[in-house]
Ligand binder design. Structure first.
Ligand SMILES: [Zn+2]
Length: 414
């Protein structure tokens, strides 16, 4: 670390102020289980003053505030462009990190280390710095831009975006199109996400005849449990095969199945009256969900009598955002990227983000974090982003926003 400091001083290059703001934001410990949301709001309040943009704070749940910064367009009756980002980050295993995960250390190569450098404090500051540049250049645009800064995405969004999307203040934003987070891409290309898989968390309860552990009791819970596990894991294998054998498939195109919990039993010599197994399923938007649940029912029926299931989470949202060239929002987004010589890879997001709540109310949303040539390290140890990649991302938004906010009025607008 002494050496790193020496190098960065030795380079004698003054840091771009946008990078300094980014590093300052990384140092705010908005980390679960007790994120410093007050610190984040204070920071954003200062930014709103610097930018000269009003900031509204909406408490969507006790202690959970959504901040909204607004740059009003010259034609504010048109639908707005929403730039969404979450302020929270996931916990770290500090002993696995090269540096303090909240120190925002920059090494000699310009790699900035810290929790949230990829997910998604980079995007938050890129939005802000792009707007700072556009404002400084005296620009005005027809459509209004709203920046929303939401809490609790990393714990499911229930007290964050899910509550906000049903709040009257969200409707007032009159959103026409939204940008939200994506993922890094290790190649030259940038990944954009137009849909998400639906998470289903299911527990299957297998009742059986209890008895003494010394006998061949009929109809045991364990025999049913084994058949259930076999059915789910055989399906898992088939899906894995589909992914492995198709060149054009990514994780977002197949259903993943993972057995994540098993419960049951009281003693070595007592055959239990029930055993339970839980699975984490992620289902792509192309799957017929009714049919899929029928399949689960069939597996339960085949495995024996009395088997029941319940969902801890069951998302049924299959809206995807158009990436057809005749869609004006997609056209604006993709043509700008093309003009910047960026290659886009369109994918279904393999996990879940706040975009699913935005798409669920019928709004188009693109998941995009402009990070190419960057390993995917979200939620991982030593999460980092190179400052050059970060700075280039600001330029990308600086070019995107004038085009998105100038998308002509669509039918039903004005
Ligand atoms: Zn995220």
């Amino acid at each position: 670390m002494v050496l790193q400091g020496f190098f960065s001083k030795g380079r004698g290059v003054k840091e771009d102020p946008a990078v300094s703001v980014f590093r300052e934001y990384i140092r705010l410990k908005t980390v679960h289980p007790e994120p410093d949301y007050d610190g984040a709001l204070k920071f954003l309040g200062r930014i709103s003053e610097e930018l000269g943009l009003p900031m509204k704070k909406i408490e969507v749940c006790p202690g959970r505030v959504v901040a909204i910064m607004t740059w009003t367009g010259t034609n504010p009756s048109l639908k707005s462009v929403l730039l969404n980002s979450h302020t929270d980050v996931v916990p770290v295993y500090q002993e696995q990190w090269k540096y303090d995960a909240f120190a925002a250390v920059k090494d000699a190569e310009g790699n900035i280390y810290g929790r949230g450098t990829q997910d998604m404090k980079c995007v938050t500051i890129q939005y802000i710095e792009a707007i700072r540049r556009l404002k400084a250049a005296g620009k005005r645009f027809p459509r209004t831009i709203h920046l929303t800064f939401v809490p609790d995405e990393e714990v499911g969004g229930h007290k964050g975006m899910e509550s906000f999307i049903n709040h009257p203040e969200f409707k007032k934003l009159n959103v026409g199109f939204a940008l939200d987070e994506g993922l890094a891409n290790p190649t030259e290309a940038f990944t954009v996400f137009y849909g998400e898989r639906n998470p289903w968390w299911i527990t299957i309860r297998c009742p059986g005849s209890p008895g003494h552990g010394s006998r061949f009791v009929e109809n045991t819970a364990a025999e049913k449990l084994r058949r259930i596990i076999n059915s789910f894991l055989a399906f898992r294998e088939r899906e894995k095969q589909r992914l492995d054998t198709s060149e054009c498939f990514t994780l977002g195109d197949v259903t993943t199945v993972n057995m994540t919990m098993v419960h049951g039993g009281v003693a070595y010599n007592v055959i239990p009256a029930e055993m339970d197994v839980s699975f984490d399923l992620r289902i792509p938007p192309t799957v017929d969900l009714q049919e899929f649940e029928e399949q689960i029912k069939a597996w339960c029926a085949e495995a024996g009598e009395g088997i029941t299931y319940e969902f801890a989470q069951k998302f049924m949202q299959q809206n995807t955002t158009s990436t057809e060239d005749n869609n004006p929002w997609w056209k604006a987004f993709s043509s700008t990227c093309k003009a910047l010589n960026m290659t886009l890879e369109k994918e279904i997001f393999p996990a879940a983000t706040d975009s699913r709540f935005i798409r669920a109310v019928g709004l188009p949303a693109i998941g995009f974090s402009p990070m190419n040539r960057t390993p995917i390290l979200l939620h991982d140890h030593n999460e980092f982003l190179n400052e050059e990649v970060f700075l280039r991302g600001i330029t990308v938004y600086e070019r995107l926003l004038p085009v998105l906010t100038a998308v002509p009025a669509q039918s039903g607008e004005e």
